[in-house]
Design a protein. Structure first.
Length: 253
């Protein structure tokens, strides 16, 4: 549930580098990706031994704490944030950047999960106690996976900062935590294509419903409830299952 933590820290790191030192987006985004990933990993390292809902609750609370810290201390622009940041040279360039980054992340994670390293990670996800009993330091693996996830979220925050030309407290908004989780639930958890498919559905839907004002949350919630109740496994696993259920007739010679 800590995606807004990753997004917000990446946004602030890129915004600060551009606002105070005048760095170009070509440098702020890579630096914010690595630095933001490391900062998020350090913040969550003390609670890495927590499991399940307890770890999720801590990751949900941290962005709210950082919002109040920025508001109270007025650092990094306070409640007004950092404005007038350098945009991308053209909208077309920003589209190419995010599409290339998406492909790199998808194929990179796919190669990782199919390797021996990924086998250990999947084992930790299924039954971490069994992996620990094999003499493997699961917390070291968790730290590395946390950094990879935080780096991707920080990249999204840094990219969004230069698209919006703004870095501020809205980067820690709860929307950035709920939308990725909702996309995974709708598309199908445990796959790479599932959350991507869910995002392609939910993000345009969220923008379409924005014209309804406060009712947007009501219709958005009804849509999620229908999906969770009617298709709990997600769209992509459902399509996979139906595909493998097709009978294939072969002519016998």
């Amino acid at each position: 549930m800590g995606q807004s933590l990753f997004y917000g820290i990446g946004s602030y790191v890129a915004g600060a580098l551009n606002y105070y030192w005048g760095w170009s987006p070509l440098f702020t985004i890579p630096v914010a990706t690595v630095v933001g990933g490391r900062l998020c990993t350090i913040l969550l390292l003390p609670v890495l031994r927590l499991r399940g809902i307890y770890f999720a609750m801590v990751t949900l609370v941290l962005p709210l704490m950082l919002m109040r810290l920025v508001e109270a201390t007025r650092i990094l622009g306070g409640t007004e944030g950092l404005t007038g940041l350098t945009p991308f040279p053209s909208p077309l360039m920003s589209l190419y950047v995010i599409q290339i980054a998406l492909l790199i992340a998808l194929f990179g994670f796919r190669r990782i999960i199919d390797s021996d390293y990924g086998l250990v990670v999947r084992g930790i996800n299924d039954n971490d106690r069994s992996v620990m009993s094999a003499g493997i330091n699961i917390y070291w693996y968790k730290t590395q996976i946390l950094f990879l996830g935080a780096a991707v979220g920080s990249f999204a925050g840094a990219f969004g900062t230069h698209v919006d030309m703004f870095a501020g407290m809205p980067g820690f908004a709860l929307d950035y935590s709920l939308l990725p989780v909702a996309s995974a639930v709708v598309g199908g958890m445990g796959t790479f294509a599932g959350p991507l498919l869910g995002a392609f559905i939910l993000v345009p839907l969220s923008e379409i419903l924005r014209a309804l004002g406060a009712l947007r949350i009501v219709f958005y919630g009804i849509f999620l409830v229908i999906f969770i109740v009617g298709l709990p496994e997600g769209i992509f696993p459902y399509m996979q299952r139906k595909y493998h259920q097709f009978e294939r007739w072969v002519e016998i010679e």
